[in-house]
Design a protein around this ligand. Structure first.
Ligand code: ADP
Ligand code: MG
Length: 324
């Protein structure tokens, strides 16, 4: 009897396709933790799908990193102020999307924040000098980024203008990864890149329960939210920051001043796509509670959970209606 049980256990272990299970993999890419978890009946196919997810993340980083000299983005920053630079269709459409978020937020989301933003070094607790900030502030203005769709080219209309896709590229990469999993017939998965996650399907009959971190108590959650087939992104002032003159200096920059924004502690956005939740979490962070909620309440299918400077929670209208 005991030996026949042992035999069937061994049979299960050796015949991978005999039972489905969760598989997961995590790696550090794009300066953040990238992870994937998926349900699959076959170990080999699961491993291949997870490797494909990591490959697409590396690919996005290779094209959009502001630090790698070989990246398209680096080349744009090096040359687009002198001459139009032709870019890949993928980068071009992400730039279009970035400018769309600039337009609907009256410039609160602005990838040219990097004209001043590049002088911050959070690991070394360095902020731009007043001189650096004021000299480069006029370069921040998304209207000075000229896109030519016929040529797929980009031109910067200010000599000091630099861009950075840190507020949108991770969400974009997460969507690419989910598309890849869908193509492979996978129905239940979650892909995360730092604060940007997207859930495909459900957790085998139950929703995924996503925790929104408490902005001031590490390892604690402020809210838990059940999700199916949705993206969720959180922007927080606790991700990259240092304290200078009793002020928290962090990585979300007000394009009007070149300084970090202090109106809220964290913004989480729910949206069908991670590229949108990512861009909007940064956008709403800069907009603040009132204007941020007004924007989101005008976008069907998109929701926000904001943790204010005093720690209080604010929800968009659809979430308020959904509460029991
Ligand atoms: P993360 O997941 O890295 O915490 P967020 O979605 O919170 O990213 O966005 C913060 C990042 O967005 C910054 O690290 C920076 O690269 C970029 N960023 C900062 N301010 C702005 C802004 N006003 N508009 C667009 N992008 C910004
Ligand atoms: Mg974001």
């Amino acid at each position: 009897m005991a030996s026949s049980v042992l035999f069937s256990v061994l049979l299960l272990l050796f015949n991978n396709s005999a039972y489905a299970q969760w598989h997961n993999l995590a790696e550090d890419i794009m300066g953040t933790r990238v992870s994937v978890e998926l349900w699959h009946k076959d170990q080999l196919q699961a491993d291949q799908a997870m490797a494909a997810v990591m490959a697409v993340m590396h690919q996005v980083n290779a094209s959009m990193s502001p630090y790698l000299e070989s990246s398209e983005l680096y080349q744009l920053n090096a040359h687009a102020a002198q001459t139009p630079v032709v870019v890949s269709a993928d980068l071009f459409s992400l730039l279009q999307k970035s400018l769309y978020y600039s337009k609907i937020s009256d410039g609160k989301f602005d990838i040219s924040f990097a004209s001043v933003g590049r002088f911050y070094n959070y690991r070394k607790s360095l902020a731009p000098s007043e001189r650096e900030r004021l000299d480069n502030l006029p370069a921040i203005n998304y209207r000075q980024i000229q896109l030519n769709s016929a040529q797929s080219s980009v031109r910067f209309l200010h000599p000091q203008l630099k861009i950075d896709l840190g507020g949108i590229a991770k969400g974009y990469a997460v969507d690419r990864a989910i598309a890849l999993l869908e193509q492979r017939g996978i129905a239940s998965a979650i892909v995360s890149a730092g604060g940007d996650s997207r859930i495909l399907g459900d957790r085998r009959g139950t929703p995924w329960v996503m925790g929104i971190r408490h902005p001031r108590k590490a390892e604690q959650y402020a809210v838990r939210i059940p999700l199916i087939n949705s993206a969720i992104s959180t922007s927080g002032d606790y991700e990259r920051f240092f304290i200078k003159d009793e002020q928290r200096v962090h990585h979300i920059i007000n394009p009007a001043t070149g300084k970090s924004v202090s109106s809220v502690q964290s913004v989480s956005i729910l949206a069908p796509l991670a590229v949108d939740s990512d861009a909007l979490s940064t956008t709403v962070f800069v907009l603040g509670i009132e204007q941020g909620l007004a924007l989101v309440n005008n976008m069907p299918g998109i929701d926000a959970i904001i943790i204010a400077a005093d720690g209080r929670l604010h929800y968009s209208d659809e979430l308020l209606r959904a509460q029991p």
